[in-house]
Design a protein around this ligand. Structure first.
Ligand code: ZN
Length: 555
């Protein structure tokens, strides 16, 4: 397979850091992004996977306000917790940074100045909600009210989570402050507006030309743009955020939706800034044949298919997203994850008790690709016990222990030219190809299922040929079956890497004495020594898991 090396930028949504990550955060963003990035590295592409914490989001300010501490303190505390959890999950970010770095803030200010020089920004007066009780302007997310769609009484001032529409605070009926519930009045204030209306036809044409996007992403973007793109204010009356690089604007800041989406660009610059080739970020952003993939939750679609492209078109010379891979939501036992009602499984807590691979497996198998899905502890235990342990682990462990015990710790002899071996090789290579193709198409559930199909086939192959019976009367033919099964294990060990990197590494160290770092089928060599295997996965006791997580009361 001759494959020209491609530059692939993998962009993961920037979480606002007003708490630790929960499983809903990673199910639709980090997990698919990491599978995609790891696979692309294995097939030899040049990958940069970047993201970071959104330090300036309104939820950070709200929490800091509640606790009587500075937004900086809150955001840096949770940024550290996020960074650690993402590492503990073995997500291979090339850089996980944050929006309060000098690098990010300086580049954002430069882009602001550039758009200003190009007359794509303009000062306008605007009516914004003003809190009479607190004597401050309330930015979009500090107010809530009824969305014009009629389906959401608690829509935010910038967007309705029900219908996905972006809003202005003045669109809301029965508007109130989220800080104290008081009814704000609208007062005049001046802000910089991004002239989105000028870009409407360009962006529409671009969205229409996109191929391979998920239907929900294309539909939501087109319905958004068909309503007409409105110019939007990109500054706010706030004290926490990035300074406006214009004299006399000291009491306002650049608003978060404008600057946080630029984090992908600034993080790529930061990633290469301390290397021998600091200009290498341009390979990802300016070379025409480079590709970029943005992994998001569905509430972020217009920010990545319209707002970010509009800014990039404004500054010029930058690649627009190849695809915006937006997922639906992961719920927890039938209800939305909610920080405020503490209805969540927190990632740091989870990782204290259970393995990251078992979680990566379960969350990939139920990834909310086309509709919302549901995390339950029962489902987690069942996925671990029935699929990881009973199907995948069982196949691998049966083959490796039987071979190790009966063939002096060596790969049993098998005839590489026999028709049955050729069939196994073909089957394994086909699985590698198909799993890879599904990952390339961002169909992660399908790809994991195809991987598991090979393990299921392996179990059937063993059950059909029963090497444990043959081992006494016909050791040679038992060895043939076991050796052939090790071909399947070799293929599985490659395919496992993007999904379950720890287990893949452990398995490869047993069968190859090393980690192999590619996506090709390597045939085990008869007579090669390999280490005594230990089980890759451990069974969980459902009752114990439910108890540990407060799902069983004492009564
Ligand atoms: Zn709505």
């Amino acid at each position: 397979m001759v494959n020209k090396q491609k530059n692939i930028l993998v962009c993961v949504a920037w979480p606002y850091v007003n708490g630790p990550p929960h499983l809903g955060h990673i199910a639709g963003m980090s997990i698919p992004a990491d599978i995609f990035a790891r696979y692309n590295r294995l097939i030899g592409n040049n990958v940069a996977m970047v993201s970071g914490s959104d330090m300036h989001g309104t939820p950070v300010t709200l929490l800091a306000n509640d606790l009587g501490v500075s937004p900086e303190e809150i955001s840096s505390k949770y940024h550290d917790i996020w960074s650690k959890s993402l590492k503990d999950m073995n997500f291979q970010y090339d850089l996980y940074t944050n929006t309060h770095t000098d690098n990010h803030m300086e580049i954002v200010k430069d882009i602001f100045s550039d758009l200003l020089a190009k007359e794509l920004l303009e000062i306008r007066e605007q009516l914004m909600p003003y809190s009479i009780t607190e004597n401050i302007f309330l930015s979009d997310r500090l107010v809530e009210g009824e969305c014009p769609c009629g389906d959401n009484e608690k829509a935010r001032g910038d967007q309705c989570e029900q219908c996905g529409k972006t809003l202005d605070p003045s669109d809301l009926k029965n508007i109130r402050s989220k800080r104290d519930g008081s009814i704000p009045e609208f007062r005049k204030t001046s802000h910089y507006f991004l002239k989105l209306s000028q870009m409407e036809s360009k962006i529409k044409k671009w969205i229409n030309s996109r191929e391979g996007w998920r239907q929900n992403v294309k539909n939501q973007s087109l319905s958004f743009i068909n309503e007409g793109l409105r110019d939007r204010a990109i500054t706010r009356d706030l004290s926490w955020g990035i300074d406006i690089p214009v004299e006399g604007w000291d009491d306002k800041k650049i608003y978060v939706w404008f600057e946080a989406v630029l984090g992908y660009l600034t993080a790529t610059v930061e990633l290469f800034s301390k290397t021998e080739n600091p200009d290498q970020w341009k390979d990802f952003w300016e070379k025409e044949d480079s590709e970029s993939y943005y992994f998001q939750g569905k509430d972020n679609i217009p920010f990545h298919t319209i707002i970010l492209p509009a800014i990039l078109l404004g500054i010029g010379g930058k690649n627009l997203p190849t695809d915006v891979v937006a997922n639906e939501y992961l719920n927890f036992a039938g209800r939305e994850f909610s920080k405020s009602s503490n209805w969540a499984v927190w990632l740091p807590d989870f990782l204290e008790k259970y393995s990251p691979d078992s979680l990566r497996y379960y969350l990939t198998s139920i990834m909310p690709e086309t509709s919302d899905s549901d995390f339950t502890w029962e489902g987690y235990v069942a996925s671990n016990n029935n699929e990881l342990v009973a199907t995948l682990g069982n196949f691998i462990h049966r083959v490796l222990t039987m071979s190790h015990r009966n063939f002096d710790g060596e790969v049993p002899y098998f005839d590489t030219n026999s028709s049955s071996t050729k069939e196994i090789i073909e089957k394994s290579e086909k699985a590698l190809e198909e799993v890879g193709e599904s990952i390339s198409k961002r169909k992660f559930r399908e790809s994991l299922n195809k991987l598991m199909n090979l393990a299921r086939f392996g179990n059937q192959y063993l059950d059909k040929h029963e090497p444990w019976k043959k081992i006494k009367e016909d050791k040679k033919s038992a060895g043939e079956v076991l050796g052939q099964s090790m071909i399947i294990i070799s293929a599985i060990s490659s395919m496992l890497e993007p999904f379950l990197p720890n287990s893949a590494e452990k398995l490869q160290k047993v069968i190859f004495n090393d980690k192999k770092n590619n996506w090709n089928l390597i045939l085990p060599i008869s007579g090669d020594k390999f280490d005594k295997p230990t089980p890759l996965f451990e069974k969980l006791e459902e009752e114990k898991v439910l108890e540990e997580n407060g799902m069983i009361s004492d009564e």
